[in-house]
Write a protein that binds this ligand. Structure first.
Ligand SMILES: *Cc1c(COP(=O)(O)O)cnc(C)c1O
Length: 430
């Protein structure tokens, strides 16, 4: 990977992003000040936010969080955002339902407590509103005027909406062949939307070029040059799950993988809660879920490899269709270190799982949710996920955006003329 620094300067005014103390390289630990950079100048490794949490009193922090707003901003003391973030124009995502899924638990034989963390309830109906909200604050701090991204669909909509609300221009990039629900959501907020003839990996490569070119000057790409800030948004899933369980760690979490950012940051969030004393220090297992048609991380996990071999995606789970996932090696490390696993399910199993979740819990998930529920079922059947332990499964998006996946097998039970004889003949009474 080439080193990418942004053409536009971070500006001369010092930025105040709460407890964020700087950027630190995940490979070599090299530290640099906060700015719109994402790759280490020493070793090209990815940069992430380093914090100074010293001086926090655990009980006082817990009280402050519990008294905070019903959004991700209740965790502002643990995020790279200014203290007055809740007063700035934004979409206030997060604090979504953690649904106890007793019906699904019965079907799957789970006795230790099964929960769905349902992020379809976010403002643009996917978990991406969490990450965009963080990147937006960084964009404000660094003086960017245009918000952009390379997207598998949900991110484009989340950026469009957040930019509209906060008064930024937006121009987002997607593969040309996405679901209608994703394309419309990306366009309706009035920003510019560009379809690229190619896969997500082509879109991402194009955006990296644009950042290095004068054409992209003044642009904040939420998942490229603002990626360290963006990633922190996923920590709020870890915080919410634990707080909603009564400040308790779950034993097992099943998380979908596209680039792998979300999974790595949920692990980071859980470790922070342990460090801060907000939850008890005990083991948890992290499981990654992919679609068989785009399963580079799952393939590497099963083969015992540390490197991830890129694939060309071919799956209905388009939101997860990243053939060359940036955080793949870190995901492998976390799955192995926590005693978890990475598994995949095929398109038919994804559709079955979407319908299983809908039929048992009244939650209509997008294909990514079909992937996590399907993988959970498979891992229970294989004896990898322990049904006697508390398990949280993520649903990261809304089924209304991926109607095509279930439309062929979800229609009327009968279509009849409007009279009782016709209804009787259909055999549905009683
Ligand atoms: C983007 C996305 C993910 C995961 O993204 P990562 O790149 O792995 O952080 C999961 N589910 C949905 C619905 C998404 O849109």
């Amino acid at each position: 990977m080439a080193v990418q620094t942004v053409a536009s300067s971070p500006g001369t005014t010092p930025v105040d992003l709460g407890p964020a103390a700087g950027l630190s390289c995940r490979e070599c630990g090299h530290r640099v000040p906060l700015g719109p950079v994402f790759a280490c100048e020493e070793c090209f490794g990815p940069l992430e936010i380093a914090y100074d949490f010293s001086g926090y009193d655990t009980e006082e922090l817990r009280r402050r969080i519990e008294a905070g707003p019903a959004s991700i901003w209740r965790y502002a003391p643990l995020l790279p955002v200014p203290a007055d973030v809740a007063r700035k124009p934004n979409l206030h995502p997060g604090w979504t339902k953690l649904a106890k899924a007793d019906n699904l638990a019965r079907e799957l034989g789970v006795t230790g407590g099964l929960y769905i963390k349902d992020d379809s309830g976010n403002p643009t109906h996917s978990f991406k509103d969490r990450v965009v909200a963080q990147a937006l604050e960084a964009a404000r701090a660094f003086g960017f005027t245009t918000l952009s991204c390379s997207s598998t669909g949900n991110l484009a909509g989340a950026v469009g909406a957040a930019a509209a609300r906060a008064g930024f221009r937006s121009c987002v990039f997607i593969p040309h062949d996405l679901e209608a629900g994703k394309v419309v959501m990306a366009a309706v907020y009035g920003g510019d939307l560009v379809g690229i003839e190619g896969t997500y990996d082509d879109v991402n490569r194009f955006c990296s070029e644009l950042i290095g070119d004068p054409l992209g000057e003044g642009w904040g790409f939420v998942n490229v040059n603002l990626r360290p800030y963006y990633g922190e948004g996923s920590k709020t899933l870890a915080y919410e799950i634990c707080e909603q369980l009564g400040w308790r760690l779950p034993d097992q979490i099943v998380i979908p993988i596209a680039s792998g950012s979300q999974l790595t940051k949920i692990d980071k969030g859980l470790r922070e809660l342990i460090t801060l004393g907000l939850v008890e220090d005990r083991p948890y297992k992290i499981f990654g879920a992919q679609a068989a048609g785009c399963s580079p991380v799952s393939a590497a996990f099963k083969a015992g490899h540390d490197v991830v071999r890129p694939q060309k995606p071919d799956t209905i789970a388009k939101s997860l269709a990243i053939g060359n996932p940036a955080d793949g090696p870190y995901v492998l490390d976390i799955a192995r270190r926590t005693g978890g696993a990475v598994e995949d399910v095929d398109d038919a199993q994804i559709v079955d799982a979407i319908k299983l979740l809908a039929r048992t819990e009244g939650i209509f998930a997008e294909t990514a949710g079909g992937v996590t529920v399907g993988v959970t079922r498979k891992l229970i059947e294989n004896g990898v996920v322990d049904p006697a332990l508390t398990t949280v499964v993520l649903n990261t998006g809304d089924g209304l955006k991926t109607l095509d996946a279930v439309a062929p097998t979800s229609g009327p039970t009968a279509t009849i003329r409007p009279n009782l004889d016709a209804f009787r003949a259909a055999g549905l009474a009683g």
